[in-house]
Design a protein around this ligand. Structure first.
Ligand code: PGA
Length: 248
């Protein structure tokens, strides 16, 4: 069973969210995989209550603050997200890191907040084009992974890692299955060293970056790829359903 996750980014208000689930129901939701959707926080309750949502589709938020409450205008806490129907949270998405300047340390704090509040973190890592050209892929993704392992590697709570090369996000450029496998193997080896082989095997490693119905099956078949994190193509019920039925 693979994990198919859709990140809606800053698209889809509450009304569109309800309509999405109606359209998705008409498409038919395949059942083989674990399906996750990450609507904007403002649309989470609409997603949670959407009469047409197949209850096998689990929900998450795209970001949380690391504190549980306080004077943090505009922020959403893990507990609030959980109360509105989230069971997952994206942490350290490249847009958070590169557009909003989120550091490895903040990412680690957010992972702690997620786990304290019972949310499963989907921790995103990935190199920029300059870093890839400079041959620094392993160094960058291992630095990002090492920053969170002291937090999520202990205690046995579930977490997922999404490898999303920054140059492949929203660009139409996709990593080759070989590139994805190589990066995932690097991450898996580090997880094995930190958690032991059997715990490391249970951490799903997702690939993200311009995943579409036409390339999802091939990417999901690549070694060490346990699923996909889909941005743009998850906004369309038909293409999300097609991706969700890919990969056997
Ligand atoms: P994309 O986004 O599929 O639109 O490239 C992926 C992501 O940012 O998670």
């Amino acid at each position: 069973m693979a994990v198919i996750a859709g990140n809606w980014k800053m698209h889809m208000g509450p009304v569109e969210t309800t309509a999405f689930f109606e359209a998705l129901r008409l498409e038919g939701v395949p059942s083989r995989h674990e399906l996750l959707l990450f609507p904007p926080a403002i649309s989470l309750l609409a997603a949670a209550r959407a009469p047409s949502r197949d209850r096998r589709i689990q929900l998450g938020v795209q970001n949380i603050h690391w504190e549980d409450q306080g004077a943090f205008t505009g922020e959403v806490s893990a507990g609030m997200a959980a109360g509105a129907g989230a069971t997952f949270v994206l942490i350290g998405h490249s847009e958070r890191r590169h557009v909003f300047g989120e550091s490895d340390q903040e990412v680690a704090l957010k992972v702690g907040a997620a786990q304290r509040n019972g949310l499963v973190p989907v921790i995103c890592v990935g190199e920029t084009l300059d870093e890839r050209r400079a041959g620094r892929v392993e160094e960058v993704i291992l630095r990002q992974l090492d920053a969170v392992l002291p937090t999520c590697g202990t205690g046995g709570s579930r977490f997922l890692i999404a490898y999303e090369p920054v140059w492949a996000i929203g660009t139409g450029e996709t990593a080759t299955p070989g590139d994805a496998s190589a990066a995932h193997a690097t991450l898996r080896t580090r997880l094995e060293g930190a958690l032991g082989i059997s715990a490391a095997t249970r951490v799903p490693l997702l690939y993200g970056g311009s995943v579409k119905p036409g390339n999802a099956a091939e990417l999901m078949a690549a070694a060490e790829v346990d699923g996909v994190l889909v941005g743009g193509a998850s906004l369309d019920p038909k293409s999300f359903a097609e991706i969700a039925s890919a990969g056997g």
